[in-house]
Design a protein around this ligand. Structure first.
Ligand SMILES: NC(=O)c1ccc[n+]([C@@H]2O[C@H](COP(=O)([O-])OP(=O)(O)OC[C@H]3O[C@@H](n4cnc5c(N)ncnc54)[C@H](OP(=O)(O)O)[C@@H]3O)[C@@H](O)[C@H]2O)c1
Length: 323
């Protein structure tokens, strides 16, 4: 399968490494890459260090020349309206290309419409890596829970805030804590998206749209971030056996799905308090199985790349057989 990438940052580079390592078993080849600064196209494969020329100004032209079967969209999150990633994906469908993304913006802002458009174009739209990196949240619910409604969820989904809160609890300033998180490659291009709760709001909206047919946007999430917390306040809570995590909660009410993101004070024995570092925890309230949890100990670009890889494997089953 030939793959085109939009964006060549931390996650895209991790994906390129993973595809190179798995090439003997999974014959996927990156044949084209488009970033703001440059374009690289090579039908034989662009390699892990693509030779970028000037950027092709027209995305349709890029897709026409790429010779790809699928596009992997890896531009930064825009929590306000999900653009230009939505446009990148929509244009891929219009060119008969499957689209895969780790960007939660399109799923948080335009899931229902993009799903309809993919169906109409006869292509697949996949986004496993958009929430909890490679943890198969969407796949598990889609294939493992037929006829079992998701009634709500509680979760710690934003690793940056956990890393920052832990560092501040240990006495670092907010700025020092963010610098520490940056070294792990997990901070959004604009760190305020993490600190002000936008990343968690976008992930919550994406989960609710896909798992609960919520039809919401991140703006509908009642979200507050972690900026009001200080190292002193966190140390004081710690001395009382408590800690703070940025918690996402969803439940279905009379007027639809309600979503909330808050820095919550938690007892140390609360499952959500036990999420450490770049770990994530999602507790789904289900119709038939009660509370069902998915926990990951450490998520970053490599694990996100695995989520994209799992989608590529899934999508490759939809390619026409080779003549
Ligand atoms: N990092 C993680 O652990 C992680 C985990 C889960 C999900 N994600 C999501 O994965 C996506 C990529 O994350 P990342 O960490 O790889 O980001 P990143 O390192 O900041 O890289 C972003 C890339 O997107 C390119 N880009 C920006 N605007 C573009 C545009 N309009 N057209 C084409 N290319 C554009 C940039 O190219 P230029 O340099 O030329 O501007 C850069 O190559 C984000 O949506 C993020 O939320 C990341």
């Amino acid at each position: 399968m030939n793959v085109a990438l939009i964006g060549y940052g931390k996650v895209a580079k991790a994906l390129a490494r993973l595809l190179a390592a798995e090439r003997a078993r999974f014959p996927f080849r990156i044949v084209a890459v488009q970033t703001r600064r440059g374009t690289a196209i090579d039908p034989a494969g662009v390699g892990e260090a693509p030779d970028f020329g000037p950027p092709l100004p027209d995305l349709g032209e890029f897709y026409r020349r790429a010779g790809a079967d699928a596009v992997v969209e890896l531009t930064p999150l825009n929590p306000v309206d999900g653009e230009p990633a939505i446009h990148h994906i929509r244009t891929a469908f219009a060119h008969g290309l499957h689209a895969i993304t780790a960007n939660k913006g399109p799923v948080a802002h335009a899931y229902a419409g993009l799903r309809r458009e993919a169906l109409a174009a006869g292509v697949q739209f996949r986004f496993e890596a958009a929430v909890m990196a490679g943890v198969p949240v969407f796949h598990m619910v889609r294939t493992g829970l037929p006829g079992c409604a998701i009634l709500g969820f509680s979760a710690v989904l934003d690793s940056t805030t956990t890393v920052v809160l832990e560092a501040m609890e240990a006495g670092l300033s907010l700025e020092e804590a963010v610098a520490k998180a940056r070294t792990l490659g997990i901070v959004e291009s604009d760190a305020s998206f993490d600190l002000d709760g936008w990343d968690a709001a976008a992930k919550s909206a994406a989960l609710a749209n896909v798992l609960m047919d919520a039809n919401v946007t991140p703006q509908k999430v009642d979200a507050k971030g972690i900026r009001r917390l200080t190292p002193e306040k966190l140390a004081d809570l710690k001395s009382k056996g408590k800690t703070v995590r940025l918690v996402s909660r969803a439940h279905r009410g009379k007027d639809g799905v309600k979503l909330r993101v808050r820095a919550e004070v938690l007892d140390r024995d609360d499952a959500l308090a036990n999420v450490r570092g770049t770990g994530n925890l999602l507790l789904l309230e289900t119709e038939r199985l009660g509370t069902l949890g998915l926990m990951a100990s450490s998520l970053g670009p490599a694990e996100t790349a695995y989520g994209l890889f799992s989608d590529l494997v899934d999508v490759s089953r939809y390619l026409p057989p080779k003549q």
